[in-house]
Design a protein around this ligand. Structure first.
Ligand SMILES: Cc1cc2nc3c(=O)[nH]c(=O)nc-3n(C[C@H](O)[C@H](O)[C@H](O)COP(=O)(O)OP(=O)(O)OC[C@H]3O[C@@H](n4cnc5c(N)ncnc54)[C@H](O)[C@@H]3O)c2cc1C
Length: 245
């Protein structure tokens, strides 16, 4: 059994009061996109998105243990919101404060913490699940040198239905691409990127939405690159923060 600190007990109490008052009634009802966006802003106003993000980027600066207490308590009342708290603001967004430039953090991380943007992570592919280093999505520099051309597909992308930005893992370089993890890097794909589409949205047994994505010569500005390779170990450690709960 874990003994919670006084601060953790206060977090737990705050989340319980807020969830019962604002969220529990609608927790298992269908919601429109507008309802979803309203709920996201409510969570942000309560400081429940970006809980572990640095304070200077609009986050809460909490430890993962503190965030886990908050997520667990929220899950008792509104599992959907618990999911937002850990996959969006705490897990996926952490790519941005670990790997992002100050300009990237200002463009995406602060809006995520403020509930104005939703982010998702796109690593898994139809033929690359547990063996993530078998991924075949590629990012090659465009002829004008200003962007990356992204080709490939991703599946099981949690939160993809609502996401505004997708932190996407891909193999950087030129054909023939190097196998294994060394050529794998990550970039941020905004949902209105030319050549990017959501092929379908499914619901898993926990009623979480999971999207299938297609990148068909998607042109992604160089500004959006987080890392171009030699970082797979770091990326997987960040990815695993999604598994907070
Ligand atoms: C709830 C949920 C949310 C998810 N959200 C995201 C997301 O947001 N973004 C994202 O990119 N991905 C996401 N995923 C995908 C997840 O990362 C993959 O499901 C995971 O990597 C496993 O891949 P797979 O499903 O293809 O299973 P497989 O790799 O096909 O594995 C199937 C089974 O075979 C076993 N197995 C595999 N290889 C071996 C081996 N060599 N030896 C022995 N056993 C083996 C595995 O342990 C497993 O039991 C999500 C998955 C779930 C369930």
């Amino acid at each position: 059994m874990v003994n919670l600190t006084d601060e953790q007990l206060a977090i737990k109490g705050m989340v319980a009061d807020f969830a019962k008052r604002e969220l529990a009634d609608g927790a298992f009802k269908p919601e429109s996109e507008d309802d979803y966006r309203r709920r996201l802003r409510k969570l942000a106003a309560q400081g429940l998105l970006g809980m572990t993000a640095p304070v200077e980027h609009g986050g809460g600066g909490l430890s993962y243990a503190d965030a886990l207490v908050a997520v667990e308590e929220m899950a008792r009342h509104d599992p959907r919101s618990a999911n937002e708290m850990h996959t969006n603001g705490t897990g996926t967004a952490s790519h941005l404060w670990v790997l992002g430039t100050p300009e990237q953090q200002e463009r995406w991380l602060r809006p995520i913490c403020e509930g104005r943007l939703r982010c998702a992570i796109a690593m898994t592919e139809p033929e690359a699940g547990s063996a993530a280093t078998e991924m075949t999505t590629t990012a090659t520099v465009t002829e004008d040198g200003q962007a990356y051309c992204l080709n490939g597909s991703k599946i099981f992308i949690s939160g993809g239905k609502h996401a505004d930005v997708f932190i996407t893992y891909a193999r950087f370089g030129a054909p023939p691409f190097e196998d294994g993890g060394r050529s794998i890097g990550a970039l941020v794909v905004e949902k209105d990127t030319p050549g990017f589409s959501i092929l379908r949205n499914d619901h898993n047994m926990a009623d979480e939405d999971q999207a299938q994505l297609l990148f068909d010569n998607s042109r992604v500005p160089k500004f959006n690159v987080l890392v171009t390779g030699n970082a797979f170990g770091r990326l997987i450690r960040i990815y695993n923060r999604n598994r907070l709960s």
